[in-house]
Design a protein around this ligand. Structure first.
Ligand code: PLP
Length: 368
């Protein structure tokens, strides 16, 4: 019997156990736990990695998105009631960040081939109130940023990338986080760059935005006891920053492994009941490997019977969530189809060749 876990987090971090413990010990012994050298160093390293001038560490990925929109409000670039275009099939956090700022999410359907925001439909959804686009690099694949940036320029819109799943993905050598006016990242443990707790960051090339974010994450303050804004407490602590500096060194090796596994799945799975993702080389870092199947539950059970654990990203689209009751009667057929049919196969930096072969065999022996 196979045993293929969806993602072996314990195994992933065990690879770097000595480095992680050494980095942790250094922080413990330093006596400095919030807003110190570890954070400053990680912010510099992560900005360098993304190719941006700045990265600002925050408490998690949702806060990275919330605080960026909030900063644009403080800077007079957005105001209550402005519309923000966002994909209809994203993880709900992208949309929560918009609502949390009294902005209006305008859901736009994705491209079925990439599962990412469709630029043509995004352009068609622009109204006089549209002020921003929030593309999501879903499943680890960069959205069509050249086309989205063209539209943004034409209509003078801000672009906030949701890069929570796409650290290191690139188009023409330009990485996630360096396309829009700003980008939110999550370092939730299961993400491609994962901390050992919650963490997030915003990347940007805009100094005014970076400065505003540094204040907003810290009670609105840049100088002790002086508050420029009614900010929040959303800081990335020293221990998590130190963990992330260790993990960042290994990120490209891990992405290479994910790409190799994805290529093996794409070449090996040949069941007509299964729709494979469209490969996109450098644009995809395979945070998850998502296939589609009309009888998703039957396939999931068949795989589980073969010892293969899968997950669904995601079972319920945002507009059908109770949290957004007002949209429950609206219809987004592509988002609904995707949420009904998707299933994510195991992929990760520690999955073995044998496990990959077992997954392929189990997929190919499914009788749809
Ligand atoms: C994980 C995720 C977030 C939120 O990140 P947290 O660190 O969990 O707050 C936002 N958007 C997307 C697309 C995500 O996958």
């Amino acid at each position: 019997m196979n045993n293929v876990p969806f993602l072996d987090l314990k195994g992933i971090n065990a690879q770097y156990r000595d480095e992680l413990i050494a980095a942790c010990t250094k922080v413990v012994d330093s006596g400095w736990y919030i807003m110190g050298n570890e954070l400053a160093q990680f912010e510099q390293e992560f900005a360098n990695y993304c190719g941006t001038r700045y990265s600002v560490g925050v408490a998690n990925g949702l806060d990275a998105l919330i605080l960026t929109l909030r900063a644009w409000k403080e800077l007079g670039k957005l105001k209550d009631g402005d519309e923000v275009i966002v994909p209809s099939n994203t993880y709900i956090a992208s949309i929560l960040a918009i609502s949390a700022n009294n902005l209006v999410p305008v859901l736009v359907e994705p491209d079925l081939a990439s599962y990412n925001l469709c630029p043509v439909k995004a352009a068609a959804a622009i109204t006089l109130k549209t002020r921003a686009i929030l593309p999501v690099h879903l499943y680890g694949q960069l959205a069509d940023m050249p086309a989205i940036m063209d539209i943004a320029q034409r209509y003078n819109l801000l672009v906030l990338e949701d890069s929570a799943q796409a650290h290191g993905a690139s188009i023409d050598g330009k990485k996630a986080g360096n396309w829009g006016d700003a980008s939110g990242f999550s370092f939730y443990p299961g993400k491609n760059l994962g901390a050992l707790g919650d963490a997030g960051a915003v990347t940007t090339n805009d100094d005014e935005l970076a400065e505003t974010l540094r204040a907003l994450r810290n009670y609105g303050s840049l100088e002790k006891y002086k508050n420029l804004f009614q900010g929040m407490n959303s800081r990335l602590d020293e221990i998590q920053a130190a963990m992330l500096s260790v993990k960042l060194k290994h990120l490209d090796t891990e992405i290479a492994h994910r790409r190799k596994v994805a290529a093996t799945y794409l070449a090996g799975i040949n069941n007509t009941a299964i729709i494979l993702p469209t490969p996109h080389d450098e644009a995809h870092v395979w945070h998850v490997f998502v296939i589609r199947c009309e009888q998703r539950e039957a396939l999931q059970k068949h795989l589980l019977d073969s010892g293969i654990q899968t997950l669904i990203h995601y079972p319920i689209p945002p507009h059908q969530q109770q949290a957004y009751r007002e949209w429950n009667m609206d219809s987004y057929p592509l988002a609904e189809l995707i949420h009904q049919q998707v299933i994510s196969l195991p992929i990760g930096p520690t999955i073995t060749d044998e496990q990959v072969i077992a997954v392929i065999k189990a997929c190919n022996s499914y009788k749809g």
